[in-house]
Design a protein around this ligand. Structure first.
Ligand code: FAD
Ligand code: SF4
Length: 334
């Protein structure tokens, strides 16, 4: 690990000013915030992240979980994953988020990991984490070792010829189905970005993963009020039952009445280069009978543009079955 300067931010403005000195907020940033440290410190030890300055933001008052006047919920960027997962309102109104968080990592990691840090966790592509190999995301223009290499766990949706890395988060798949909004404070003031617009597809610039600019700090995430009568669920399929990332996952928010799907949001994990909202699946479900035939049609629609690599074609059918199973489970309780 390279030498770096360590500072504590006393205010959000101070954190913004420190980070604004970096030419980029993306891969290669000179200044990095540290929250739980469970992503950043690992990557610094591997020399994948080499910031000259690390700004500790843990003293900032960004850890509250509070109701909004409109009936939604604001989750502070420093709220720990465990606290969010066990919060009574999250468990009652946003079960998909609680389930997604509890399916991730380990209890110890969840006690450290934060909402903001989880939004910005990096891919687990082995070549990204190993500086001996070419990786366009780590070093733009160097090539992609995963295409034609070990790519069993990598993405099949949203890939490009330059990068096929999966966004590994469970939280972010649930937040996508919940249509969360991310609040950001930056050098030019505050702004809100929908989670869908927050993440960029890799295209020819896989080192740019989000819309964050130098100085930007995530302050909170807002969930809209739950639509009346909706149920939600997260289903995660992986190589072992604990302490493992998703091979395929599905987050569902659904409302059924008189046997028909009145409202539905679908997001997929483990298969996309970003948390994957499937508008195709939603269109195939909306207004139709909540039955096996509809669910399978939705799964076919969701994966129709899948583009597997040499080792991960199995994910196409796995993801379809994951979605069908999640829809079956969530509409049984609806
Ligand atoms: C062994 C292991 C297993 C895991 N398994 C899973 C799993 O199954 N599922 C899953 O979803 N995740 C898993 N994770 C990932 C874990 O969820 C993330 O490491 C964690 O959520 C990151 O949060 P953090 O607060 O520790 O982030 P940090 O490491 O502190 O920060 C991560 C990045 O976010 C930036 N950052 C942090 N907060 C802010 C902010 N407020 N504004 C702007 N930038 C910010 C930092 O600068 C850094 O670049 C696992 C991690 C490990 C180590
Ligand atoms: S898939 Fe992306 S992260 Fe992995 S080696 Fe290729 S460019 Fe790097």
């Amino acid at each position: 690990m390279d030498a770096f300067q360590f500072n504590r931010a006393a205010t959000v403005d101070q954190a913004v000013q420190s980070a604004a000195k970096s030419p980029t907020a993306q891969q290669g940033a000179d200044v990095r915030f540290v929250a739980g440290g469970t992503t950043l410190i690992d990557l610094m030890k591997l020399n994948v992240e080499r910031p000259r300055e690390v700004v500790d933001i843990n003293g900032l008052p960004l850890d509250k979980i509070e109701a909004t006047p409109a009936g939604g919920l604001v989750i502070g960027a420093l709220a720990r994953n465990s606290d969010v997962a066990h919060h009574p309102t999250v468990q009652r109104d946003y079960a998909v988020l609680s389930q997604a968080l509890l399916s991730g990592a380990s209890p110890q990691l969840r006690n450290m990991a934060t909402t903001g840090g989880n939004l910005l966790q990096r891919t687990r592509c082995v070549y990204f984490r190993d500086t001996a190999h070419a990786c366009n995301k780590r070093e733009p223009g160097s090539g992609c070792s995963a295409i034609g290499g070990h790519n069993r766990t990598l993405a099949i949706l949203g890939t490009s010829k330059d990068c096929i890395a999966t966004n590994p988060s469970d939280q972010n798949v649930a937040l996508t189905a919940l249509e969360a909004t991310i609040q950001i404070q930056g050098a030019k003031g505050q702004r809100s970005v929908t989670i869908h617009d927050f993440y960029l597809l890799p295209g020819s610039t896989p080192h740019r993963e989000t819309v964050l600019e130098p100085g930007d700090i995530i302050t909170s995430v807002t969930l809209p009020a739950p639509a009346p009568g909706t149920h939600s669920l997260y289903l995660k399929l992986r190589d072992r039952a604990a302490y493992e990332f998703a091979l395929a996952s599905a987050a569902i928010v659904v409302q059924v009445s008189s046997g028909k799907i009145q409202h539905v949001r679908v997001a997929l994990g483990g298969v996309g280069t970003r948390p994957w909202r499937s508008l195709e699946a939603e269109r195939a479900l909306q207004g139709h009978a909540a039955d096996a035939a509809t669910f399978r049609r939705a799964a076919e629609a969701a994966l129709k543009d899948a583009h597997p690599a040499s080792e991960n074609a199995f994910k196409v059918e796995l993801s379809k079955r994951c979605l069908v199973r999640a829809l079956t489970m969530s509409t049984k309780t609806a």
